[in-house]
Design a protein around this ligand. Structure first.
Ligand code: ADP
Length: 452
């Protein structure tokens, strides 16, 4: 059974890991899809705004074209080198003005997004006499080739569009065509937050489903472990009661066999001794059955016959009787209360207190101290022993029906696991509580609290 539970836990963990991985994969795919969708949206919206830079400012655009022309023409006649052309383009005088214009346009037309951008020049190619291509400049998009814009890096930016422009001209009897290509990159501030906000529903749903799966696993495994404990406890009880019944039944069997012998029946002394044995074993069987029957009652089914009692006197009489039964046990009292009058059922409480005291003896105690205290308007009756003690992890089930601690040579001690269950039921029927403080090898301290 334990192996099966471990196997089930292992399967559950594997299934959980697989499910979580699938969930993460789905969330990641959705995220990527949302990012792509967001980029497309921004691209479309920006495309509508700046199809051509002349939409933004035709004066500046014509200035730009004039600059390109003069640089090209100077190059054609050999006045400019390629690097001078490049520097001339990149250090254009209208850089700041155009950047501000485009920025303002974005702010006006796309008020929901804060957009940074950069327009970088990729190509500047001259075709002289419409024949040979003279590449003055051709590079991959690169932030150092920024024409306009406020972006400092292209790392987190995405390409919105590339713009290819051609200009035809003629200079000193030479026809030429100029081909330029620039690309616009944008970065939307806090775009991750915008996408996460768009994914809120999916994120909540997947977190909720993972939490539900974890809770279901935990509930199912807890139920299984509890069921196993209950079934173990029941098996133990059956073993214990069988063990307890075997001895009197065997004695009864032998005694009947002996009585069948005429010589024994004729001897009065022998006959009486055997009859006594039979009667003792009969009583023992009866007691065992009574014990099981008594404990089959739930706490609210126990009928109490309550009466006013001076608790300390009542305790003292139990202690004194116990001393006579167990003369070798050092039973001490430490009462710090006096004449506490409570309304109690003497009969049931006597049995309950005796159960605790007998347990102390059964589980290796030589010295027992019975204490009384007043704690928060309650009478606290403490039974302290120096026996074998109870491991901390065994204490939670101690007051359960049929529960016995199985460790070391404890199986040698007789019992049905009903003693403490009975104590708990009786104390609860008096609206009190019982608790234990103990550890293995350190004795045990049972505390019963009763309302004053
Ligand atoms: P039983 O004594 O018949 O086994 P109880 O219900 O009286 O059943 O006790 C339950 C278990 O609690 C015992 O099996 C024993 O292991 C443990 N126990 C009870 N009292 C003590 C004690 N004073 N010291 C150590 N162990 C104890």
């Amino acid at each position: 059974m334990k192996q099966r539970i471990n196997l089930l836990i292992a399967f559950s963990v594997v299934a959980f890991i697989v499910l979580t991985t699938v969930q993460c994969y789905l969330v990641k795919t959705t995220y990527d899809y949302k990012v792509a969708q967001f980029h497309t949206q921004i691209k479309n919206e920006i495309a509508q705004i700046t199809n051509n830079y002349s939409d933004i400012d035709s004066v500046l655009v014509s200035k730009k074209e004039a600059l390109y022309k003069s640089l090209s023409e100077n190059y054609i006649v050999g006045k400019n080198s390629k690097s001078v052309v490049k520097t001339g383009i990149l250090e254009n005088e209208y850089k700041d003005a155009l950047t501000q214009k485009i920025q303002r346009k974005f702010e006006r037309d796309l008020p929901n997004f804060k957009i940074d951008f950069a327009i970088v020049l990729n190509k500047f190619i001259l075709y002289k006499n419409a024949k040979k291509a003279d590449t003055i400049f051709s590079e991959k998009p690169f932030i150092e080739n920024k024409l306009y814009g406020n972006l400092a890096s292209l790392n987190h930016a995405f390409l919105v569009r590339s713009y290819v422009g051609t200009t035809n001209g003629s200079f000193e009897n030479q026809n030429y065509q100029l081909l330029t290509e620039d690309s616009m990159y944008v970065s939307v501030i806090d775009w991750e937050m915008i996408i996460l906000r768009r994914m809120t529903f999916i994120l909540i749903l997947s977190l909720f489903s993972i939490a539900t799966i974890i809770s279901l696993f935990v509930i199912a495994i807890k139920a299984l472990i509890k069921q196993k404990k209950v079934s173990d406890v029941k098996t133990d009880f059956i073993n214990n009661i069988t063990h307890e019944l075997k001895t009197p039944l065997a004695t009864l069997g032998i005694s009947t066999k002996i009585l069948e012998q005429k010589s024994i029946r004729d001897n009065d002394e022998n006959f009486n001794s055997i009859v006594n044995t039979i009667s003792r074993q009969n009583n023992r069987l009866q007691n065992l059955i009574d014990q099981v029957m008594a404990n089959s009652l739930a706490e609210n089914e126990i009928e109490l016959k309550k009466e006013k009692i001076e608790t300390e006197d009542f305790l003292l009489s139990i202690v004194n009787d116990f001393k006579i039964t167990f003369p070798k046990i050092n039973l001490k009292t430490d009462f710090q209360t006096q004449k506490t009058v409570l309304i109690l059922d003497k009969f049931h409480l006597t049995t309950a207190f005796l159960n605790v005291l007998e347990n102390a003896v059964k589980y290796g105690s030589k010295t027992i101290t019975v204490k009384t205290r007043i704690v928060e308007k309650q009478l606290s009756i403490i039974f302290e022993d120096d026996g074998i003690g109870i491991a901390k992890n065994k204490q939670s089930l101690l007051f359960e029906k049929f529960y016995r601690v199985e460790q070391g040579n404890l199986h040698n001690t007789k019992g049905l696991g009903l003693g403490l269950y009975y104590v708990d039921q009786i104390v609860k029927a008096h609206q009190g509580t019982v608790s234990v403080i103990s550890d293995l090898g350190k004795g045990a301290q049972f505390t019963i609290l009763l309302k004053v």
